[in-house]
Every structure is written in C-alpha cells, then in structure tokens.
Design a protein around this ligand. Structure first.
Ligand code: F6P
Length: 323
C-alpha cells in the first residue's frame, strides 16, 4: 500500500475530524501518501481531492463537523457514478479507500469494492450508534452528552412549572441516543423505534409517577418511534391525562454538532490508526471497530446486514429508576 484516499460520508458526526487526522498521521508515519477526498463519494466522482500532510490536519481534533465535508451521494448509487469514481481512483493511483461514515456509506463501499475489487476499510462514524461490529460509533458519545445536557436544562424549567415534557432526540431507526440520554437525564420513560410501546403503557407509567408525587416528568422520544413524533405522542397523552401541563422540544440537528467528547476523540484516534494498520496487514472490505475495548475487523457486508440490538437491561434499569 503506497497511496490511500480518505473520505467522510453521510450524516456528519463529532469526531470525524479526529478520525481523519488519525488516518492522515498514521499513513504518513508508515510512509503512505494520503489523499483527502472532498464531500464524500461525490468528490471521488468529480475528482475533488488533494494530498494531505501532517500539518494539513493541525487543530482539527477538537472541531465538530468534518473538514473534508460530507454528502449523501445520489450519483454513487448509480453504476455510472461508481464507474466514474473508479476511473479517478485509478488515475490518481490510489491503492485503497478509507470511508468514515454510517450504514448508507458502507453499503456504497461494499458495492464499490465488490464491483472493482478495490481495497476498502470502513470507520464507523455516526451519532446513531447503529452499526454492528463495534460497541460504539464515533459521535455517539458527544450526541448523547449534548442531548443529556439539553434534558438537564429542560428539567429545570419542567420542575419549576410542574410540567410534562416530551423531548425528541435523533435516531430514525435506532434508539441508542434515546436510551442513553434518557438514563443519563433521568427520564420517566423512553420510546424507541425498536419497541412497540403503546400509549396506554406510557400513560400507566406517568400515572404511577403522579401518584408518587413525581416532581418533574421528562419523556424521551426517538424521532423514528412507531407512535409518531413527539408532537403526536404529546397530543395522544393529553387526550387522557389533562392534569399535566404539556410541552414539546425537538432537539434536531443540535445533536450532530459541537466539539467531540474525550471518549469520541480517543475512539476516533484508535480507529483511524487501526484502519491504516489494517490496510498494511492486508485487511480489505472490513469495518474497523472496538468490541470489549479491543480493535476488531468485521466484514463490511456483515456490519451492515446485522441489526445491532438495544440492551434490554438498560430498559429494566430505566424502569426501576423511574418510580
Ligand atoms: O444518521 C444520522 C442522523 O442524524 C439520524 O439520527 C437522523 O435521522 C438523520 O441523520 C438526519 O438526516 P439529515 O441530516 O439528512 O436530515
């Protein structure tokens, strides 16, 4: 391996910059040339890339977003788009590609590497934490901290006014942010896309809290939950529990920004170095991850096909603590 390309793709996540920095510096450390590809796969298709040096990645460790820019590339979903990408990959004499992103980006990487037999390694970067083959994805810890900080603030006003708040967090298909921020923020309940919680179950939980003189009530809703969005759930609850003064807050893209936590910076640094070392050792078509605090390489196809399950025990704990 003499020359590699690195790109960030899909929804950005805090810590992506730290991962790029680690890939760049580890490559140079091992005598590999490294090219930064701008705006995800679109940059590969449009040949928007340049060589990165040790100092190209100075002062980005603490910054949110991604200095390589990102996109959910429509063109890369097409055969023609991928053919153009491969033309540029060859013309630039790249030997391998490092893709930092989530399941959509890895699906693209998987197809591309099969079509053209290109060595590809994925680094899990998404706030959703919904990738099998790693305990945590880059950006998840920061997003949970941002959400939890917002919950703490909302709780202050919720308890001053004796109100019930519904707070919607991100996670279209996965409830990891909801579960973590709900436990960390002391929510009375959390509703996630993976479960079939009914309004009646939620009402029962809220009634119990009210009977126990619960001072403030915060319910966390993941954006993709089956009962609808936070406004829908609030309206359904209001129909049955009119003694609560109800408010709704949607946290939205606030959760995607900000300086990465130490956990995310360390994870990104470990995974970035491991990606380069994996390529040197002949790893290809894999996603690098951390399981039980050890670096692992999982076939990319397996990482995207396997559904990462929420931990049932966390729901049990949350229920015990919500009384
Ligand atoms: O995958 C990350 C994520 O932030 C999800 O939590 C959310 O559902 C989605 O991206 C939002 O996507 P967009 O920024 O394209 O609206």
């Amino acid at each position: 391996i003499k020359k590699i390309g690195v790109l960030t793709s899909g929804g950005d996540a805090p810590g992506m910059n730290a991962a790029v920095r680690a890939v760049v510096r580890a490559s140079i450390y091992y005598g590999i040339e490294v090219y930064g590809i701008y705006r995800g796969y679109d940059g590969l298709i449009n040949d928007k890339m340049e060589e990165l040096h040790v100092r190209s990645v100075s002062n980005i460790l603490s910054r949110g977003g991604t200095f390589l820019l990102s996109a959910r590339s429509e063109a890369f979903r097409t055969k023609e788009g991928r053919a153009k990408a491969y033309e540029n990959f060859k013309a630039r004499e790249l030997d391998a590609l490092v893709v930092i992103g989530g399941d959509g980006s890895f699906t693209g990487a998987d197809i591309f590497s099969q079509e053209y037999d290109v060595p590809v390694i994925g680094i899990p970067g998404t706030i959703d934490n919904d990738l099998a083959g790693t305990d945590y994805t880059i950006g998840f810890d920061t997003a949970c901290n941002t959400a939890r900080e917002a919950i703490d603030k909302i709780r202050d006003t919720a308890s001053s006014h004796d109100r019930l708040f519904f707070i919607e967090v991100m996670g279209r298909d996965a409830g990891f942010i909801a579960v973590n921020s709900a436990i960390g923020g002391g929510a009375v309940a959390m509703i996630v896309p993976e479960h079939n919680w009914s309004i009646d179950q939620l009402i029962k939980r809220l009634r119990k809290g009210a009977a126990n003189q619960k001072a403030s009530n915060v319910v966390i809703i993941a954006e993709g939950c089956k009962l609808g969005n936070a406004y829908d759930v609030a309206a359904k609850v209001k129909e049955q529990l009119d003694y609560f003064d109800i408010r709704v807050t949607v946290l939205g893209h606030l959760q995607r920004g900000g300086s990465p936590t130490t956990m995310d910076r360390v994870l990104a640094s470990r995974l970035g170095v491991a990606a380069v070392e994996g390529l040197r050792d002949g790893q290809s078509k894999v996603m690098v991850g951390v399981i039980n605090n050890r670096i692992t390489y999982t076939p990319i196809g397996e990482a995207i096909k396997t559904v990462k399950r929420l931990d049932d025990d966390e729901f049990r704990i949350a229920k015990i603590l919500s009384i």
